[in-house]
Design a protein around this ligand. Sequence first.
Ligand SMILES: NC(=O)c1ccc[n+]([C@@H]2O[C@H](COP(=O)([O-])OP(=O)(O)OC[C@H]3O[C@@H](n4cnc5c(N)ncnc54)[C@H](O)[C@@H]3O)[C@@H](O)[C@H]2O)c1
Length: 380
Amino acid sequence: MSTETIGIIMNGVTGRMGTNQHLVRSILAIREQGGVTLEDGTVLMPDPILTGRNEEKLKALAEKHGVKKYTTDLDSVLADDSYQIFFDASGTPYRVGFLERAIAAGKHIYCEKPTAVLSSEAYRIAEVAEAAGVKNGTVQDKLWLPGIQAFKQLKEAGFFGEILSVRGEFGYWVFTGHDEGQPAQRPSWNYRSEDGGGIIIDMHCHWRYVIDNLFGEITDVFTHAETHLPERIGEDGQPYKCTADDAAYALFKTKTGVICQFNSSWDVRVRRDDLFTMQVDGTRGSAIVGLRKCWAQSMENTPRPIWNPDIDSPIDFNDNWEVVDPGPCDNAFKIQWEMFLKHVAREERFPWTLREGAKGVELAEKSLESHDKGAWVSVG
Ligand SMILES: NC(=O)c1ccc[n+]([C@@H]2O[C@H](COP(=O)([O-])OP(=O)(O)OC[C@H]3O[C@@H](n4cnc5c(N)ncnc54)[C@H](O)[C@@H]3O)[C@@H](O)[C@H]2O)c1
């Protein structure tokens, strides 16, 4: 059995997503498990180098996790043929600039979503990658969540009959920093549109590939956006003005006729099964799809409620739902990383490209357009 090393430049991974999901739970986890085995038996071993602006932060991250290599000199590693892949998890406004440099250096590209702030830029960088002939991919992690894996099994088994509608609820209370002992738990740039923030650009990128892949391609969007909380406290302890939307109330029509309604909010308290749930209702059955679990109710188990507000409901509506076990599931980001590594090494199929990622940015843009016009907007 031979081993091939695959060099990966990991840029901007001192941040939340880069450190937790991509470095620790994906690349280092793949190294710990002994690499990725290809169909011909070859083992692919990722060899990461961390890049970023701040040497101290890179050093601390590398030392903490036993990563040998890091540098602030991106050009030197872009010029180094031992690195085939450039990965970016830096802030959204910087993504396209980094990708452009890496594509010019002939690297294969993998990156976080959103791939750009504007859809024109997102499509342009996809074209630049395609024209250069480099392989490319965008993170679409939600597709490999255990809850969604379980849903797909139900769908493939015909459990739902015809799927009619989907109601997605995403969100939780993100503290503003004003409350005693409750510092803000998300980076402040998320609440400033000038820094690439906003719940629409963040979450509608996800809803695009989730809906397109699971229910049918989105054809039209109607969105109302709000900035419910006008001020939050930044990393420097100072108040700042929130210029980006922190809640979005959206309806999506699809080619298949499935109607999807997704609420996304950082200003809601949770009394549901998970931070993200989708209720999928079909003619023969329904499911609640969470991040890790999925609950299903068949026609046979569907209760017959009678409207009577004068008494407590005789039916416990949480009864008659069965937990659907998707079987063992790995980390969603790691699953997609393994597929991308195989794609780079051996041409294996990888449809989650920069062009697919651009569709998510486009949906976000159309959603904001819908909000501005107060009207439905068609999605190309
Ligand atoms: N797939 C998902 O579910 C998901 C979830 C959250 C965030 N994200 C995306 O991941 C990206 C990072 O988000 P985060 O929450 O980790 O943010 P973060 O603020 O924690 O991290 C951003 C990282 O980018 C680095 N950075 C910023 N400017 C840079 C520059 N000019 N050069 C080099 N590095 C720079 C920062 O130092 C930091 O390491 C964003 O694009 C965000 O939309 C994806």
